[in-house]
Write a protein that binds this ligand. Structure first.
Ligand code: AP5
Ligand code: MG
Length: 218
């Protein structure tokens, strides 16, 4: 089973990916998390991609496609949930080709949607743990102890790209490049659109109603 989860910045992809991966025993592949880790350790890839992330632009496809290919080879026996990949038609074609070489395909492409004002509100109030990656929200999902991760006790931080001008740029990039995936996946007959308003539990339930019966649970 291979599932693509896409949608605008801040819609809740990472939050749902975590819930779904645990519930359905999926390996989660989060491209944004992977790129931020490379930046944090200042690897050669990290140094090449840092300015793209800061400005809210897409990292060049050649870097992205290579990272994914390595992951696919290492996880060929596993069910996979892709969070934040693909983000344009070129990446979608390349994923389809790479999977075909392994005798695999995309089974579901799930698009989350909400209004832009809600996106800005969610992102301006997001905090995350730089150690374990747990995502929080000061308004809707605060940590038990202010500024400290419930899971691992490390300090919570804000993302560099969660300032309003960069959020707006990320939304533009989504609308001009990533939104094209809707038609692409509709043609492959794997597309589902999911209302991402309401609580994270309500959204999770909406997704489970689609996936239940197709994948084994915990
Ligand atoms: P990435 O890290 O993927 O960022 P994004 O797509 O902009 O999405 P976010 O991670 O900001 O939001 P999310 O949808 O995961 O929401 P979350 O669950 O955190 O990518 C970052 C950058 O990396 C890109 O800009 C680009 O530069 C580069 N990149 C990544 N992939 C690439 C690719 N394939 N090609 C090229 N470049 C690439 O939730 C947000 C907030 O809302 C949190 O505070 C959360 O607690 C809260 N929340 C969640 N659900 C709810 C709810 N139901 N109600 C209220 N609050 C909620
Ligand atoms: Mg995310």
């Amino acid at each position: 089973m291979r599932i693509v989860l896409f949608g605008p910045p801040g819609v809740g992809k990472g939050t749902q990916a975590e819930l779904l991966a645990n519930h359905f025993h999926l390996v989660k592949f989060s491209m944004g998390d992977l790129l931020r880790q490379e930046v944090a350790v200042s690897s050669s890839i990290g140094r090449r991609v840092e300015s793209y992330l800061k400005q809210g632009n897409l990292v060049p496809d050649d870097i992205i496609v290579e990272l994914v290919y390595n992951f696919l080879l290492e996880n060929r026996e596993r069910d996979i949930l892709f969070d934040g990949f693909p983000r344009n038609l070129n990446q979608a074609h390349s994923l389809e080709q790479n999977l075909a070489q392994l005798g695999q395909k995309i089974d579901f492409a799930l698009e989350l949607y909400i209004a832009d004002e809600e996106i800005i509100k969610r992102l301006q109030n997001r905090l995350y743990c730089s150690s374990c990656g747990r995502i929080y929200n000061c308004l809707t999902d605060p940590p038990k102890k202010k500024g400290i991760c419930d899971v691992c006790g490390q300090e919570l931080i804000k993302r560099d790209d969660d300032e309003e001008p960069v959020i707006r740029r990320r939304l533009d990039v989504y609308n001009s490049q990533t939104r094209l995936l809707t038609e692409y996946y509709k043609e492959l007959n794997v597309y589902k659109r999911i209302d991402a308003s309401g609580s994270k539990e309500q959204i999770f339930k909406r997704i489970c109603e689609i996936l239940d019966g197709y994948i084994d649970k915990e």
